[in-house]
Write a protein that binds this ligand. Structure first.
Ligand SMILES: Nc1ncnc2c1ncn2[C@@H]1O[C@H](COP(=O)(O)OP(=O)(O)OP(=O)(O)O)[C@@H](O)[C@H]1O
Length: 643
């Protein structure tokens, strides 16, 4: 489905389909026919309107955007760039998540945007095949491949004015994250549009890869030496013992691999060279001879920080690393690395350690936003015997209610959005053998709480659409900034589930109550610049110890990071001049309340809300940036805006 079906053929095919429910063989491409068949199975009528299609509310969309903030951060500039390329051609550049939920649109043509909005082609709508029939976004998700869906190829006649080209975006571990799509008026069809969408998707994947693996051992690959270091290069991440732990689509294509090879293939199998041989090549570009008459493949080694320390030290690790954290390379385990001297935290870590190898006891992490709940959950996972299995994190506040069920429990083919025609196992099954981290559990809808309770009782999960129950074994860690007991009392959280989740409650102290600020600051400075002996001066330490830190360690880490970034060359001391105004001159009342506090009332709430809106306006609506500057989490920011 990379070129449109000629108009007379598609007209004939549609007529046959409407009359007989089949199309003469060879009249339209096989994948298009397969997609139409799926739409029929979903019960869609070609001449009808989508019935009951979900649409995310503004708050749900905002949460979904936050959930995908890394994807969004890299997609926005690429979408703006693509928009420039297609300007004046009656089109829109769209980004959807892996469920087909439209996250963002870029386009200047108000007239076309208006027509698109009339068929719900706008952020918040879900464009999976199940709801919208054959369309580039839904079909690219179902096929896992780039597609063009032109005019009458759209299953629903009402979408026939469109021509759309879409390419999937995968994360470096091979998981489908979403789709980049260019949709326009069908009269403006251009055969290069698909290439444009594919290039955009590649650019985003390139950045996502570097975000994750820049500091680790990786290879740059290209058919031409000049291509190394550009966004068109292939990128392959390797563990110290030679397993392929990540790749972008360009690398998979260059090496003839598929996504399931990530985590399952060794570099020796792929390139015929083991890690030692690769390291002995050095860091200059090298040509690897192609087989019989084939062109050579250029590669360039990026040794990363881990191997720079001990280039050829033999390592014996049984399996590819599937969940890495900074702490993985420290001599101590990740759990002890969290101990920076505060007595309450130390006691909490000691209790946690006792339960490390007792995965049947669920842990409930409570604490204000930014106190390190997720960090603790990851540390428990990587310090336990489950470390080689997956740590699966689900933010229950970030997904629209309509999608959370499928995301968690999985679905059978045809049962849900058609994000994958083979169905999807769901996050609970992905965590089998590993750890399931349910963040913001207090925001889980009641109906979902009942299903989760059943899974915990039966230790098996049944996918949507009536598949067979599958046994699951996972360590459960939940986190919340709410006091769950209060939520139970208010009828918003099931009491039976509360007792199921609460094997042990661990309450992380807010930063203002911790006694280890000095050590924490020292660690954060070290993390920012491991080779430098940085420090903050006494005045800064004084400011830090008086400040209330509504955003806790997250905020402190951001303040330290900014201070370090502002240092002049050769400068090693962070002074008060380099510390943001919010810490230097914050009047207590104007700082936002900690996330776990009761809702603000009256004037104070208006003040906080006005403050947030001003900040949002100042940063062009970028919620992450506004939250960072205000020193609160994104979740807190949404809560405050919702009142
Ligand atoms: N002890 C710590 N050392 C270094 N960084 C920390 C520590 N605790 C938290 N952080 C940093 O603070 C940030 C927030 O941590 P984390 O996401 O674990 O908090 P959280 O309590 O789960 O927040 P939220 O409730 O808003 O999701 C992260 O960037 C994390 O790296």
């Amino acid at each position: 489905m990379s070129a449109p079906t000629p108009p007379e053929r598609i007209r004939l095919a549609r007529r046959q389909w409407l009359d007989t429910g089949t199309v003469a063989s060879g009249l339209i491409a096989g994948p298009l026919q397969a997609s139409w068949a799926r739409c029929r199975d979903f019960g869609l009528a070609p001449e009808g309107r989508p019935q009951g299609a979900p649409h995310a509310s503004a708050a749900q969309l905002a949460r979904a955007l936050e959930h995908r903030h890394a994807l969004m951060a890299h997609a926005r500039p690429v979408m703006a760039f693509l928009n420039q390329q297609v300007q004046g051609s009656d089109s829109l550049v769209l980004l959807a998540d892996a469920h087909g939920l439209l996250l963002h649109a870029a386009g200047d043509d108000a007239h076309f945007a208006d027509r698109a909005a009339r068929v719900a082609l706008r952020p918040g709508a879900v464009w999976s095949e199940q709801w919208r029939g054959t369309n580039a976004i839904g079909t690219a998700l179902a096929e896992g491949a780039p597609v063009v869906v032109h005019a009458g190829e759209h299953y629903l006649a009402r979408n026939g004015f469109l021509t759309c080209a879409a390419a999937p975006i995968a994360d470096p571990a091979g998981t489908l994250l979403g789709v980049l799509d260019i949709s326009g008026d069908r009269r403006g069809y251009h055969r290069h549009t698909l290439a444009l969408a594919r290039s955009g998707a590649r650019m985003i994947e390139h950045q996502l890869f570097l975000d994750r693996f820049r500091a680790g051992l990786h290879l740059r690959l290209h058919a031409q030496v000049e291509g190394l270091g550009t966004v068109t290069e292939g990128l392959l991440a390797l563990s110290e013992d030679g397993w392929v732990t990540g790749a972008n689509t360009a690398a998979l294509e260059l090496l003839g691999l598929t996504r399931p090879d990530i985590g399952a293939a060794t570099v020796e199998r792929v390139l015929g060279l083991d890690v030692r041989a690769l390291l002995s090549l050095g860091t200059a570009p090298r040509a690897l001879p192609g087989g019989a008459g084939a062109a050579p493949l250029w590669l360039q080694l990026e040794p990363g920080q881990t191997l720079r320390r001990s280039p050829l030290a033999p390592v014996a690790r049984p399996a590819p690393v599937r969940c890495t954290t900074d702490a993985a390379w420290r001599p101590q385990d990740a759990l002890s690395a969290l101990d920076t001297g505060d007595a309450a935290l130390r006691a909490l870590l000691a209790r946690t350690r006792k339960l490390l190898e007792k995965p049947a006891i669920p842990l409930l992490l409570q604490g204000e936003s930014g106190t390190g709940k997720e960090l603790l959950a990851k540390a428990i996972h990587t310090s336990s015997a489950r470390r080689d299995k997956l740590f699966v994190a689900v933010n229950c506040a970030a997904l629209p209610e309509t999608l959370i069920e499928a995301e968690l429990f999985g679905y059978c083919p045809g049962a849900f959005t058609g994000a994958n025609r083979h169905g999807a196992p769901g996050r609970i099954r992905e965590a089998h053998g590993g750890t399931l981290f349910l963040d913001e559990i207090g925001d889980m809808p009641l109906a979902m709480q009942a299903r989760l309770l059943r899974v915990l009782q039966d230790r098996q999960v049944t996918p949507l659409g009536g598949g067979a129950a599958v046994a699951v074994d996972f360590r459960l860690i939940c986190a919340t900034h709410h006091r769950l007991k209060d939520e139970v009392a208010a009828g918003r959280f099931r009491e039976d589930l509360y007792y199921r989740l609460n094997g042990l409650t661990l309450s992380l102290p807010p930063l203002r109550e911790r006694s280890d600020l000095d050590e924490l600051v020292a660690r954060l400075l070290k993390a920012e610049a491991p080779e430098r002996a940085l420090r903050v001066d006494d005045e800064v330490m004084g400011l830090f110890s008086r400040y209330r830190w509504p955003g806790n360690v997250r905020q402190l880490a951001n303040v330290v990071r900014t201070g370090v970034a502002l240092l002049d060359d050769g400068e090693d001391v962070v002074t008060a001049a380099l510390v943001g105004d919010e810490v230097r001159d914050a009047p207590e009342a104007a700082s936002l309340e900690p996330a776990s506090a009761a809702p603000l009332s009256g004037e104070l709430r208006q003040l906080a809300e006005a403050h947030i809106r001003e900040m949002l306006a100042a940063v062009g609506g970028n919620v992450s940036e506004a939250a960072r500057r205000l020193g609160v989490s994104r979740n807190t920011l949404y809560r405050r805006l919702r009142g």
